[in-house]
Design a protein around this ligand. Sequence first.
Ligand SMILES: [Zn+2]
Length: 261
Amino acid sequence: MKIVVIKNKFLLPVFIITICVLSFGIYHFSYLYMNVLPTSSFEENTFQDKITNLIYQKDKIAYLTFDDGPTLKSTAKILDILSEENVKATFFVIGKHVKEHPELVKRAYDEGHYIANHGYSHNNDKLYASLDSFINEILSTDREIGKAIGIENYSSHVFRFPNGFMSPIYKSKKQEYVKHLSDIGYTYIDWNVLNKDSEKKYSHTELLNNLKTSSRNKGTLVILMHDTSDVNETHLVLKDSILYLKEQGYIFQNFYDLKGK
Ligand SMILES: [Zn+2]
């Protein structure tokens, strides 16, 4: 009887240790397996999914996006402020403007900003004339970006529809053509915050207040601004906008951070 009791006393710890060793082994094997397996296509799909889901995330991360440039009036000033504040942003460039000012795109790229695609002409009649012209607007913009930054076969993989996908303008064409973005390795993104700088009617204080109102009670922010010459001067409120968001606990990222570059 005594012998049986002693055996049972040993059995329980041995059983627990065995379970622990087995669990650790399974966990360790899974960890190695998960970290060795990913291929480039797997990562690419993950990137597209992350872009699609970005505006629904809860983390306090701000993605500044500047549309419609580059322009002589605004882009360099914006780059100066981003550099001073150590913020990396994303530029949705227009192909024809890249052709006019490739040096500004090269500077933005060299300073770590993400160069994304906003179409070649920003002219909806041309963009939506046919599926071919839609695809061609994106690919020809990529070619201009590639020439500007010295990378052959450049693809930004991220498109923003002029006026946004959410706008009712050319809605049915957008719904039809959006299905073909994945054929060329693309996805699209709108925004969930804006300072309304394209409405050309707000003072600098109002632009900043628009940003505060629009970003209130949101997690991850994808912020629409413009680096153009025909809208309010966002570069004059950019520093204060960045400082406000930093005060609110935001960190800044761009789409490279989603690629794990
Ligand atoms: Zn635009």
